[in-house]
Design a protein around this ligand. Structure first.
Ligand SMILES: Cc1ncc(COP(=O)(O)O)c(C=O)c1O
Ligand SMILES: N[C@@H](CCCC[NH3+])C(=O)O
Length: 416
């Protein structure tokens, strides 16, 4: 079931007309559907079934407190990549003991903070990081639970900027060095080896690379057992893709079942999944107003009040995102538009050559914008970041106020 649908030509978010939300909160705004978030999370959780598992939502996809609190209430775990994300999880009511900490550049302060809170595991990405965690844990009189993020050298067949599991990528410990690195970790007094981890990329549309990576990790787990190193959990990362246009990724159910099936006969090995996009992308839209229709010599432009600072994906990856009118007007002529924002960059577009029946003053919605939308927003061109609204049935909750001008220079100082 889709929770963003037209009813009498008017786009609704769950039971609420999107235009009503705009009347109350203005544009641009992100609108999220609680029911969609919950449905996606349950799809992963239920597909794994009885096998011990933990769904650790990847906070980077959307770190709004409203979103995190909905997931925390479901009992979700969280995958974080910074102390800031950890603080958000705690603020939202998340459970630190269900947090895994990924990322190649954890600082000493971040490590100490996570140790004090008692997170589930550090996903370690290099030997120097291993030494650093051992040192900080010693200083705090703690034993740090760790897993090694293994780079399985599997081609995720996705956009090169979001592929992470190849030898050429900065992430993880090379497969060939994995055994030696585990043996070394086992000698460090302030570490406890608890897991193994990988994450091969984002927006994957087939199961095969995930299964290849998983099988490579299982072989390594068996090898470690011969050295008396016993792995309690296997974290296969996130990366399951969604449909933006015509992609046909596997359903979370099929994906999670395929992962769990490989662990048959390993009933003590907990499975961890770190989905971000698959939970949030289709749970959110970005709504914007058409300010002007500009007829150029070669092209028509729909100039809207959202821009690359609000939604970077088209500019950064040439990502295609669906753009639809909030009200369907049968009487308007259809024309081809480049949908662009007011930012002073040629790359500031949200869509190119889109067939739309729109006029100045209309509202448009960018679909599948719930993941890597607001979380990658910036203040470029001194633009205030958009408001964020959660819809829950007939309720609308302002989960982030529109940024105010004074907040733009908070912490800055004039020079006399
Ligand atoms: C370590 C890690 N886990 C999980 C994710 C979430 O990925 P996705 O949003 O593609 O599910 C990412 C981002 O790609 C990541 O780097
Ligand atoms: N930000 C990216 C995904 C990167 C995933 C982070 N590891 C996107 O919008 O598609």
């Amino acid at each position: 079931m889709d929770f963003f649908t037209y009813q009498q030509q008017a786009l609704h978010a769950e039971s609420v007309p999107v235009s009503d939300i705009v009347t109350q909160y203005g544009t641009p705004c992100y609108i999220y559907s609680r029911a969609t978030i919950e449905r996606h999370w349950h799809a992963f959780d239920q597909a794994v079934g009885e096998h011990p598992h933990l769904i650790c939502y990847a906070v980077k996809a959307n770190s709004n407190l409203g979103v995190l609190s909905v997931l925390a209430a479901l009992g979700s775990g969280f995958d974080i990549v910074s102390g800031g994300e950890l603080a958000r999880v705690i603020e939202a009511g998340g459970d630190a003991s269900k947090v895994v900490f990924s990322g190649v550049g954890k600082t000493e302060q971040e490590i100490a903070y996570a140790l004090q809170l008692g997170i589930k595991c550090f996903n370690v990405e290099s030997i120097p990081e291993l030494d650093r965690i051992n040192k900080v844990a010693g200083e705090w009189g703690k034993v740090a639970p760790i897993s090694l993020r293994i780079n399985p050298d599997v081609d995720a067949q996705t956009h090169p900027y979001i592929s992470t599991g190849l030898k050429a990528n900065k992430f993880g410990i090379a497969y060939d060095q994995a055994l030696d690195t585990y043996l070394r970790a086992a000698t460090l007094p302030n570490l406890k080896i608890v897991g193994m981890d990988c994450h091969i990329g984002s927006q994957l549309t087939t199961v095969a690379p995930f299964v290849d990576a998983l099988d490579r990790l299982l072989a390594l787990i068996d090898q470690l057992a011969q050295h008396n190193i016993h792995i309690e959990h296997l974290d296969v990362g996130g990366g399951l893709g969604v449909t933006y246009k015509d992609e046909t990724p596997p359903h979370p159910d099929a994906y999670a079942k395929a992962m769990a099936a490989r662990l048959d006969g390993r009933s003590h090995l907990q499975l961890i999944l770190e989905p971000g996009r698959a939970i949030m992308a289709n749970a959110g839209i970005l709504v914007s107003k058409v300010e002007f229709i500009k007829q150029g010599e070669e092209k028509n432009f729909a100039i809207i009040d959202a821009a690359m600072n609000d939604l970077l994906r088209p500019a950064l990856y040439s990502a295609w995102m669906d753009i639809i009118p909030v009200e369907q007007h049968q009487d308007r002529p259809v024309a081809s538009y480049d949908v662009v924002g007011p930012v002073c960059e040629t790359g500031d577009f949200l869509g190119k050559d889109r067939q739309l029946a729109i006029a100045a003053g209309d509202l448009i919605a960018v679909r599948s914008a719930g993941a890597y939308g607001f979380s990658m927003a910036s203040n470029y061109n001194s633009r205030c970041r958009a408001a964020e609204i959660m819809v829950d049935g007939e309720r609308t909750i302002l989960v982030r106020e529109r940024e105010k001008l004074q907040e733009l220079w908070k912490g800055e100082h004039k020079v006399s």
